[in-house]
Design a protein around this ligand. Structure first.
Ligand code: AMP
Length: 368
């Protein structure tokens, strides 16, 4: 069995490690020179939409998947007739456009904050009047880690928002003064079996995930989040891992976005769950029985952004994952996971590690 993976970044690398453990070969498509996943298999070094490269990947692999959501949908459709491609193109299409994504949440009765499509400056004025301020303006497509976003705090900001983001399809969203953020990761195989991981609580800074902790001790929130993920998986006839990111306000969930792929907020599952999200994604796309998604203690994950300080390498009670990327401000270079017997021990360890590794890891520029 050989799995073709479009994208060879750190998510591809962690899929590659899981594939190795399952005795499965991987082949990647990625235009970068020496991407992180190169250590896990052959990389076809061509653009993601290169027709010949996609045809070669399809001809030499038993199933194709992808590790990031900006893969051109047309590229997937080009190969879908020749080899199974998971997750399905329809899921990728919805996740690539914030307006389609929010309409899908509406259709499935998954609660979310108010939003409006913005096609011109007048729409911005109308959105401010109907949604109220603050509101956040986002590009509908190709946004990630808070890029392509503008917060309109007062009417004077409307011009600034339009000048900085205009001339592309936009969406306005009500600002959610959330209590905290969570994500729920689910996986479904082609037989329709589903596993849902325990809810993660996530801290972002500058739009970038910094820390995740799981499981969240909130049974009602967890059950609602699991229901929403199940609805998405079933509605999309989904195969693979899907992550739903949500805000929590006054004990209620509001969906923000979903990712049709393995997700940074699920990295803790490598050591903190019975089966990692990476192994279960591979099991799903190969239509093998899924492994248990139960947690194995109280996990915490700290992203290493910008550099990997010596302090991270000196840790003994934690698992360091170094993706082998060249350091650059704002770049995700690795992560650290801890697994403790209690939430209190986990939180103490996370605070200590976060303090020691984040002093020299911040930076405004972001490259995944
Ligand atoms: P996104 O690219 O939509 O995932 O946004 C990145 C981060 O910006 C989120 O994880 C939140 O921390 C923050 N954010 C995005 N949209 C909103 C919103 N409507 N209200 C409050 N915070 C938001």
């Amino acid at each position: 069995m050989r799995i073709g993976i479009i994208g060879a970044g750190q998510l591809g690398q962690m899929l590659g490690h899981a594939a190795h453990d399952l005795g499965v070969e991987c082949r990647f498509l990625d235009p970068s020179v020496s991407p992180p996943a190169a250590e896990c298999g052959d990389v076809i070094q061509r653009p993601f939409d290169d027709a010949d490269a996609l045809a070669e990947l399809a001809a030499t692999c038993d199933v194709i998947t992808y590790e990031f959501e900006n893969v051109p949908v047309a590229a997937l459709q080009q190969i879908a007739g020749k080899v199974p491609v998971f997750p399905p193109a329809a899921a990728l299409r919805s996740a690539q456009d914030r307006l389609d994504e929010k309409r899908l949440f509406d259709e499935l009765d998954i609660p979310l904050a108010g939003y409006r499509a913005i096609d011109n400056r007048e729409d911005l004025e109308a959105a401010a009047a109907s949604l109220g301020l603050p509101m956040v303006i986002k590009s509908r497509r190709f946004g990630y880690d808070g890029k392509g976003q503008f917060v309109v705090l007062e009417p004077d900001d409307i011009d600034k928002a339009w000048n900085s983001l205009g001339v592309q399809p936009l969406i306005a969203e009500q600002w959610v003064p959330f209590d905290f953020e969570v994500s729920c990761i689910g996986v479904r195989n082609a037989d329709g079996d589903v596993r849902i991981y325990p809810l993660s609580r996530n801290e972002h800074d500058d739009g970038i995930l910094r820390v995740s902790r799981a499981p969240v001790d909130a049974p009602e929130l967890s059950n609602s989040a699991a229901d929403y993920v199940r609805q998405l998986l079933e509605h999309l006839d989904y195969v693979g891992v899907l992550a739903l990111e949500m805000f929590v306000k006054d004990g209620c969930l509001l969906a923000n976005e979903f990712a049709p792929r393995v997700h940074n907020s699920g990295h803790w599952t490598i050591e903190g769950a019975a089966t990692s999200q990476f192994e279960n994604h591979l099991r799903a796309v190969m239509n093998l029985p899924l492994g248990s998604s139960a947690s194995r203690g109280h996990a915490g994950m700290i992203n290493l952004i910008g550099n990997i300080p010596d302090a991270a390498r000196a840790l003994t009670s934690a698992y360091l994952h170094d993706y082998g990327k060249t350091p650059r401000p704002g770049r995700k270079l690795g992560h650290i996971t801890v697994v403790s017997d209690s939430a209190e021990d986990r939180d103490a360890l996370v605070s200590k590690i976060a303090e020691s590794v984040t002093q020299s890891t911040s930076g405004p520029e972001t490259v995944t």
